[in-house]
Design a protein around this ligand. Structure first.
Ligand code: PLP
Length: 367
């Protein structure tokens, strides 16, 4: 029977803090493809899948959390929401606030946000302020606004966001029939690694609900592998970084809000959080586009960069199932695709309006 995906809250209502009476704010998020990565599988000898989160309504996984956060905002009687953002949270908050009929204010770091994300926030009518500071400064201000002013904070420090984002783990288990052996993802503010770990844990044990106990769906939990950009790698340093720097703007964060839960995800799962350089991130970005057919933004490629790096070090087991979350769409930040490996820009070849010249340029000989 035909089935239209109803968004993560309705699909997983029995595992989320909602009731029948909850007025759900949704744009149909979740239900994203789990794509078999042929070339990464061949490279590693494991079955590697990509959870393609760029397919969410605003083009990133942030929508999974935002449906919950905006639903909670409406339930709380909020009239306005606020968030700090490296870009995707603002795009998502602006869209979901529009769906909820709420005002939305977003604080972004000056000059370090992609055009695609900026234009989404503007298109959806958010009030966008560029703060003279980095993401961590923006989040400080947003938290203080939420505490002392009549605005509802929708950053991932809001536990509703983590609740929504845990559904990514549910979908992966539902697709594969069990949890993968290893789950790989980029780490910035560290909400997502915390959310996936929460989701995997909840799916691998009986789950208490108001209406009774749900049985375990998965037989195990995966090992969590998180990757940060080398210039913004506080978990690798073991302390916050004051001047985070990377071309991967989505993970350009020096003082992650979900520090303790991310460390718990790493340690309880027997996993790791390591760093990849910007060059490794861009190489993985090219790998995904050119070899797998999946177009992501640079920050989203950090997990793939990590897997390739660990493979080169002989540290990726074969014969396992590995899932990598690729977090946001390539069209968010498309200029990186036009960069060649030597740093120059790709120029389209110009040809006259003439089939013979075009065929010659394509190296084709007449049949
Ligand atoms: C937000 C974001 C991240 C980082 O996720 P955290 O939960 O902050 O660790 C990675 N990639 C993209 C595309 C994002 O939008």
């Amino acid at each position: 029977m035909a089935h239209q995906w109803r968004g993560v809250i309705r699909e997983y209502a029995d595992r989320l803090p909602v009731t029948e009476a909850t007025k759900v704010i949704t744009l149909g998020e979740g239900g994203t493809p789990l794509v078999h990565a042929r070339q990464l599988s061949e490279l590693t000898g494991s079955e590697v899948y990509l959870k393609v989160e760029g397919m969410n309504p605003t083009g990133s996984f942030k929508d999974r959390g935002m449906t919950m956060a905006m639903t909670a905002a409406v339930e709380a009687g909020a009239k306005a929401v606020v968030c700090a953002s490296t870009g995707n949270t603002s795009a998502s908050a602006a869209a979901y606030a529009t769906a909820a009929g709420l005002k939305c204010a977003v604080l972004v770091p000056e000059g370090k946000i992609s055009m695609g994300k900026l234009s989404q926030a503007i298109a959806h009518g958010a009030t966008l302020l560029q703060v003279d500071g980095n993401f961590d400064n923006c989040l400080d201000i947003a938290r203080k606004l939420g505490e002392s002013y009549p605005v509802f904070l929708v950053n991932s420090v809001n536990p509703a966001r983590i609740q929504g984002q845990k559904t990514g783990a549910f979908e992966i288990v539902d697709s594969l029939g069990d949890a993968p052996d290893i789950h790989v993802l980029p780490v910035g503010n560290a909400g997502n690694i915390s959310a996936y770990w929460k989701g995997y844990k909840e799916y691998s044990a009986p789950f208490e609900t108001a209406n009774g106990t749900l049985p375990a769906v998965a037989t195990k939990t995966p090992i969590m592998w998180g990757f940060q950009a080398a210039g913004a790698a506080p978990f690798v340093a073991g302390h916050p970084i004051t001047e985070p720097d990377t071309i991967a703007t989505a993970i350009r964060i020096g003082n992650p809000a979900s520090w303790d839960t991310a460390v718990a995800a790493r340690d309880e799962s027997g996993g790791l959080i390591e760093a990849v350089t910007d060059d490794e991130i861009l190489a993985a970005h090219r790998w995904l586009s050119a070899k797998e057919g999946v177009f992501v933004e640079p920050g989203s490629a950090a997990g793939v960069a990590g897997l390739i790096k660990k493979h080169a070090a002989g540290e990726v087991p074969s014969g396992k199932t590995i899932v990598i979350t690729v977090t946001g769409h390539g069209l968010k930040d498309p200029q990186w695709a036009l960069r060649t490996e030597d740093g120059s820009d790709v120029q389209p070849v110009k040809v006259p309006n003439d089939v013979v010249t075009v065929a010659a340029e394509l190296g084709l000989e007449e049949k």
